[in-house]
Structure formats: C-alpha cells, structure tokens
Design a protein around this ligand. Sequence first.
Ligand code: PLP
Length: 372
Amino acid sequence: MKPIQMVDLVSQYQRLKTDINLSMQSVLDQANYINGAPVKQFSKDLAEYLSVKHVIPCANGTDALQIALMALGLPEGSEVITPGFSYIAVAEACLLLKLKPVFAEVNPQTFNLNPLEIEKHITANTKAIIPVHLFGQCADMETIMAIAEKHNLYVIEDNAQSIGAEYTYSDGRICKSGTIGHLATTSFFPSKNLGCYGDGGAVFTNNDALEERVQMIANHGQKIKYIHDAIGINSRLDTIQAAVLLVKLPLLNSFNAERQAVAAKYTEAFKNHSHLMPPIVAKNTTHVYHQYTLQTCDMNIEDFRTAMKLKGIPTMVYYPLPIHQQNAYIQAVSLPICESIASHVVSLPIGTDMDEQQVDYVIETVLNYFKA
Ligand SMILES: *Cc1c(COP(=O)(O)O)cnc(C)c1O
C-alpha cells in the first residue's frame, strides 16, 4: 500500500506531470515570470468557472484578505465580525490594518459562523463580516447577507477552503462559494483543493469599483505605472504558478468529487459510532472536504492520534486553540462552542489520489482502535 499522507501531492503531480511540465516549460521558455499571459488567462478562466465578474490574482490567501480589507478603506478601529474557531489569517490581516476582529460563535454542527450570533456583536463601529467557509462547506450566506444589508456592512467571504463548493439560495438559485459577498478571497497553497506549486491567492468580486481598488492595492497603489494614488502592497501570482493552475482548474470538479468519495466512505463507516461524529453538511451547501473533520466524545484525542501514527496514519487537529485564546490575539471573551470544538476535533487524511485500499485501511484502523 502507498504510504498514507494527510494530503498526497506527489501522486497527483505524477498523474498530471505531462501537462503541468509542458505548461511550466512554456513559461521558462518565454521568461515571462511576472504578469505573463497565463496569469491573465487563469483569472479569466477562474472568473468563468465561478460565474463572478472579476478575479484578481495575488501572492497568497492571507494577502488576499489584507488587500480585500484595504480595498474597503475602513477607518482605524473598525470592527470586523468573524468566527472564533478558524484559521488565523482573518484576525491577522485585521490587526495588521489596525482593525478590530470581533470573534463570534460558530454553529456546533458545521463549524461555520452562526448568523444568529452576529447581531449581538454589532456596534456603531462594526463595518464588515468575514465568514470563513471552513473545511469545505459554505456558511449560511443568505442569512449573513441579510444581516449585513440591514446594518449596512460589507461581507468578505474567506473561500480558501471551499473553492468549487456550491451554495443554494432558498429560492433555488445555485451559485459557487465565494460569489455572494461584496468580496471573496482564496488561497492556492499547494494543499488547498485548487493548489499551485508554491504560494498563490486571489480576490473575487462582482463590484467594478471594488475590483479597481483591489487591482490597484495589489499593485503598489498604482493604476498607471509609477503614478501612485493609494498606499498599496506588492502581491502577485507569478506566471509559473498560473501555468500550474491553468492545468488544474479544469480538473477542480473531479478533484472535489474524489475528496467527496473518500468522505462518503468515512461517513458511512463512522455514522453510528459512539465516540466519533462525522461532519454534518448544512442543507444549502455542498461540501468539498478540504478537511474531513470528526467531532469526538469521551475519548483522548492525543492517545488516538499516537495510535494512528504508529499504524502509519497521520491525523491533524484543525484548530487546537480558538483565536480569542491565542497569545497574540487574546481577548477576554467567552465562546464556549468555539472552545469546545477546538478540544474535540480531529481530522483524517483526505485528498485526491487516495486509493480504496488506503481509505479502507484508515477506516479499519480507526474502528479497531475502539475495539481494543
Ligand atoms: C489557507 C488559508 C488562508 C491563507 O492562505 P495562504 O495562501 O496560506 O496565505 C486563509 N484562510 C483560510 C481559511 C485558509 O485555510
């Protein structure tokens, strides 16, 4: 059996090698390393895939959040409501820009920002909401957008983990994750569902004025070369990464389907378990399983992880400490659901190119752990 990894990037590359090498080779042959044609082509292709008006590529998903926030031009001290159980990037971008992240509770089943918790955090200083579509399924965007509209707030979707997921409105309309808010951001970090071979990211928007701001900020605050109208940053997707992404984008749906097939087998195996609760998918979204995250009860997660490791199965805890309890971000608030989730989750290996034998082995080994 092939060794099991949290995400197996080597097997996927071996499968796509011919096309990827050709695409990268053409960048080397033309030496168009920065802003080469593949960057523009990829932005266009991704915009088409998502059915969104603009995709502005940048250097990584954290920059994308920073650029999106800068594009909104919020005054110092503005408050941004975001989930307390999440990856650190949103809080980091806010604080670097002297904005205040206000951490809210998540839905205990989906781990996503609980819209019912948002309004109690809204003050005169609240300017934006940043839901994170955690682990691969969309937050309750329709409710979040209604609250935002009522209070005149911007919404930025952090779509780094859910690219390709679909959201269904209550009237039946279906759209891609990351096309609902005023802005959305994503990451092409290698292990993401659409990953390149280094760092990469993008901002999406349907709003022309915001597109212009984002474009300008990502490019040193200039619209015309050497004429600087705003303070920006330098954040580019390099052409070699765009060349990789051009090959991988047409395969994104099949990549996500491969992840969903692994998840379906896991969920079938663990659905009635007394210590493990498989991920629950909200009714208005698909799940593209950036992570397959179980909630546990009455068990020692570290003992479980050690036992799995001894059997050759890597596991991870995404994320062991909610953001309001991190040293650099500490806030004296109590978010019992975020805190409880952080100490009860464990994620299993998932990705494309996981074969049946590997999936069966993970299932059997996990189930056997509890029989001992
Ligand atoms: C990966 C990730 C980011 C950051 O992306 P980078 O490209 O690593 O900067 C931001 N938010 C979430 C939810 C992520 O998973």
